[in-house]
Design a binder for this molecule. Structure first.
Ligand code: OSB
Ligand code: MG
Length: 373
């Protein structure tokens, strides 16, 4: 609605969603998602928001219990106070609250979904997507053995994934990358360190150069942007940032410093889909390609991510995998890959709906928070 709607109530749910297999990274292993799901009820209609914060503050400072607390006690009261709220205004209304981008992204997503459903406009249209399907990559966790990893890689390639990303850490880097590259000489391949290295590892990381990787994602800690620029001068492999890119401004700064040649865009990390679009725009203007990251989302977050990945500068396959890579039973009808691609939803709002009985099965807690006007 151009004029906005009043936010009347938000249903806060917690869902327990077991992953098909544990996902191991340098910061720890995730076996099950503890999802914070928001349903925003406005005078114009209702919409869904998914919070991507993990159960523990390991990927970033946010964690799901903290995100729920911030939503309830710090974000919703500010939004309830607005007689005419638009999704475009949510970020500025929430600006006095420092940090908590994933919590903010979840409520903005719910308000945006409500607004777009009411207007009959899809996320893809609203964000500016130019594709009706997107190329899928798959992010593969750390494994105990190289042969075990190779079996998993073979399985995903047989399913049609167009790009493989291997999680790495000290002690699990050169050997798995060499083995996957030897077995699949032409597969588009990249690695993600989740900040597990230091600048002193530059010489070691340069040994990845011969494997013709698309990129190395976030080798160093989040706040070491200048060190990433220094590292990039030692590597042929392009450096991509994930954790360090917390806003469009941060993206512009990192690019100006020469800290990244590629950017991973995650709506939760930057405070929402609208800021994610601005990250895309800043990178596009600087000729820096982007791709859509993932946080093991349910079908709701996946729908938004696939729409975002339809924007023109999303030129690399994303961590937008099919539902069955994550969940035996998703919250929505599953996203199914066809020839290594997922279709961009074109219905109103997110363009997907929760399956009511799934929602019931997966919900472990439900609270309704109402505006008190
Ligand atoms: O660093 O990209 C990451 C999952 C959870 C937290 C951080 C990351 C990831 C992934 C998986 O790599 C992406 C996905 O398939 O959703
Ligand atoms: Mg990453």
């Amino acid at each position: 609605m151009g004029t906005g709607a009043r936010l009347e109530c938000v249903r806060i749910r917690r869902l327990r969603m077991p992953l098909v297999a544990p996902f191991r990274t340098s910061f720890g292993a995730v076996a099950e998602r503890d999802v914070l799901l928001l349903e925003a009820v406005t005078t114009a209609g209702a919409g869904w928001g998914e919070c991507v914060a993990l159960a523990e503050p390991l990927y970033s400072a946010e964690y799901v219990d903290g995100a729920e607390h911030v939503v309830r006690h710090h974000l919703l009261p500010r939004l309830f106070a607005r007689p005419r709220l638009t999704a475009a205004r949510v970020a500025e209304v929430l600006r006095p609250v420092a940090g908590h981008p994933m919590a903010k992204a979840a409520i903005e997503m719910a308000v945006l979904d409500a607004e777009l459903r009411a207007r009959g406009e899809s996320f893809a249209e609203h964000l500016g997507a130019v594709r009706d399907a997107v190329d899928c990559g798959v992010s593969i966790g750390i494994h105990d053995t190289v042969p075990g990893l190779l079996d998993v890689v073979d399985g995903y390639l047989a399913e049609g994934y167009r790009r493989v990303k291997l999680k790495i850490e000290p002690g699990w880097d050169l050997a798995p990358v060499a083995a996957v590259r030897e077995r699949h000489p032409d597969v588009p391949l990249q690695v993600d360190a989740n900040a597990a290295y230091s600048l002193a590892d530059a010489g070691h990381l340069a040994k990845l150069d011969p494997f013709d990787l698309l990129l190395i994602e976030q080798p160093l800690p989040d706040d070491q942007v200048r060190a990433h620029a220094e590292l990039a001068r030692h590597l042929r492999t392009p450096v991509c940032l994930d954790e360090s890119i917390t806003s469009a401004r941060a993206a512009a700064d990192a690019i100006a410093l020469g800290a990244c040649a590629v950017v991973n865009v995650k709506p939760g990390r930057v405070g929402g889909y609208l800021e994610a679009r601005r990250v895309h725009d800043v990178c596009q203007a600087a000729n820096v390609p982007v791709w859509c990251g993932g946080m093991l989302e349910t079908g709701l977050g996946r729908a938004g991510n696939v729409a975002l990945a339809g924007l023109p500068n999303f030129v690399l396959p994303g961590d937008t995998s099919a539902s069955d890579r994550y969940y035996a039973r998703d919250l929505t009808e599953p996203f199914v890959m066809e020839k290594g691609r997922l279709a961009v939803p074109d219905g109103p709002g997110l363009g997907v709906d929760v399956v009511p009985e799934r929602l019931r099965e997966l919900t472990v807690r439900l609270d309704e928070v109402r505006a008190t006007h």
